[in-house]
Each structure stands twice: as structure tokens, then as C-alpha cells.
Design a protein around this ligand. Sequence first.
Ligand SMILES: NC(=O)C1=CN([C@@H]2O[C@H](COP(=O)(O)OP(=O)(O)OC[C@H]3O[C@@H](n4cnc5c(N)ncnc54)[C@H](O)[C@@H]3O)[C@@H](O)[C@H]2O)C=CC1
Ligand SMILES: O=C(O)CCC(=O)C(=O)O
Length: 318
Amino acid sequence: MKILVTPTSFGKPENAKSRELLESFADEVVYNDLGRPLQPEEILERLDGVDGYLAGVDYITAEVIEKAPASLKVISRYGAGVDRVDIPAATKKGIKVTFTPGTNSIAVCELAFSLMLASARSIPRLNDAVHKGEWPRNQGIELYGKTLGIVGLGHIGKNLALRAQAFGMKVVAYDPYLDESFVKENGMEAGDLEFVVKQANFLSLHVPFTPETKHMIDAEMIAKMPDRAVIINTARGGIIDEEALAAALESGKIAAAALDAFEQEPVVDSPLLKFDNVIMTPHTGAHTSEAVKAMGALAAQNVIDVLTGKECKYILNK
Ligand SMILES: NC(=O)C1=CN([C@@H]2O[C@H](COP(=O)(O)OP(=O)(O)OC[C@H]3O[C@@H](n4cnc5c(N)ncnc54)[C@H](O)[C@@H]3O)[C@@H](O)[C@H]2O)C=CC1
Ligand SMILES: O=C(O)CCC(=O)C(=O)O
């Protein structure tokens, strides 16, 4: 058996046990030698003879899957999002795709919450100023008493809702597959996307990237938000129309934004780079010791379970 492993954080000490598990199971384990997510041609160059592919946020397109060797039986995503894997192409070729739901939801929720606080109090700007010898004692806003709109009330959205309530925020949510009992038990309100954006002083996105969610936050939706709202996106870049967001920041309609995910990653040329009221982090939501360990353990187990024909409840295309 040969396994290809590409998430760079799989090399962290927290994943020593998962590396040992794979290395004792397989004849050969090949790790990511580039130190970043792989582009399609880079994946293909490394797939020769591979049976199991434990994948980071690589671009696993239909072309990659079509050209993959017949030995490849499983693509095991290290994480919750599967938008960069062409699942229909994998299914057609008999390749199972697995994922690790819930393993990083606290990590992402805590990043989203940090970004709300950091935006509300302009922490990066103030930090930069003090490091430059300046002393701008400017004024922020409080989360207390504000409304948080959550789009996508799944693992991450639910964790965020509970923490926001503890800070005295009103929470409203939109999710077409809503867990109504969660909403009821926690005294929240739910409605359609318009219902949520119209009230949201803070809007946080926690949906998968799909054809339905592509640019769901566009100029029209932003125009419906309260003036001087704050937008947080720790989900996927394409969910917000970045040009529309840039225009709303330019006009002052949106007071601040904080993003961990972008239409193009890594970010090299974005209309958002010029704004000092936009916080940008490098798709790092899942990168805590705890989440890295949990993602690694489940992703490794998923590869082994599929390759040994064991029951695996994390297969997306049975
Ligand atoms: N920044 C990062 O490092 C990370 C980003 N993510 C992203 O966050 C997303 C959410 O993660 P989880 O909460 O763990 O997933 P989840 O599957 O538990 O929750 C997603 C929720 O979105 C809802 N949803 C689906 N389509 C929708 C639509 N059209 N409109 C509104 N809601 C919709 C689903 O019903 C579900 O409740 C992932 O798909 C991934 O893209 C996840 C982990 C790490
Ligand atoms: O950081 C990672 O490798 C995965 C995080 C992520 O985006 C996900 O879980 O979908």
C-alpha cells in the first residue's frame, strides 16, 4: 500500500500517532514536500502507485481524478469542507471520498469569534500603531446588545451562536436544513437569508461552498444590511463577492470585514488588500493543536478503514 499525505499541519507533533498509524499500515507514506496546498498538476506528479490520498485543501479537480492511477481507492479529506474535491468525478471512477466533520468546529468558531472582537475594537490597527510609536486611543463598538446573523447553522455556526449569546448578542440564523430544536432550545430566531442580513450588525458565514452558496453575499445582500455592519468569513472565499465587499468598504456601508478564506488562495492580488479595516488570515481557522490532532486521527483512520474494507461512516459517496 502507498499513501500520499498533503496537509502540511499533518507534520506537527500532535499528529505523531497518526503518522505512526499510517506508516505501520502502509509500505510507503509520501508527505507534502512543497509546504503548501497542491495545484492539480502537482497532485498528479505525486499520485503514481498511490492507494490512499489523505488530502489537505488541494485542488482535486475532475481532470486530476480522471488521470489518477487505477490504484487510487480513497481520497480522505483532512477537514470539513469538500468543495475542492470533484466528488461526482470520484464516484464515477469508484474512488471513495471521506471527510472529518466536527473535528475543527471549535477551532473555527473561536477564530470567527476572535475576528468579531478584533474587528469591533480594531485590534490589528491599534497594535500596528503602537509598534510604530503612535498612540491612537480610538473608539470601537461593543458586541453586547448587537445582532449576530449566522449563515449556516451547522457544527461551527451552532458553537458560535452559543458563545455570542454568552456575550449578550441577539442571534438570528439562516439554514435551509435548519435544526429547529437547536433554535428553539436556545431562544434564537431563524428565517430566510434576507431576514438575517437585514438585522445583522455582525454577519458570520458558516456554509459549504456550493453552486447555491457562490456569491450568496453579493452587492444586493450587502445593501440590505444595517449601515456600518461587520462581515466575518471563515468558510470559503467564493461565498462573498469580494468586489462587492470592496465597494461596500469603500463607501463605508460596511465598517469592517475579517476573512480567513478567499476566492484565490494564497492571496496575491485582491481588491481587499488595500483596506486597513479588513483583517486577513491565511486559511488558518482549523489550525489549533486540538483540531489538527483530531483531523489527523480521523482522516488517517478513514483511509485505513476504506482500504481494508471496514465500515466507515464518513464516506460521502457510498
Ligand atoms: N477556515 C477554515 O479553516 C475552515 C473552514 N470550514 C468551512 O466551513 C464550512 C462549515 O463547516 P461546518 O460547520 O463544520 O459544516 P456543517 O456541515 O456542520 O455546517 C454547514 C451548515 O450549512 C448549511 N447549509 C448548506 N447549504 C446552505 C445554504 N445554501 N444556505 C445556508 N446554509 C446552508 C447546512 O445545512 C449545515 O447546517 C465548511 O463547509 C468549510 O467550507 C470548515 C472548517 C475549517
Ligand atoms: O486547514 C485545513 O487543512 C482544513 C480546514 C478546512 O478548510 C476544512 O476543514 O474544510
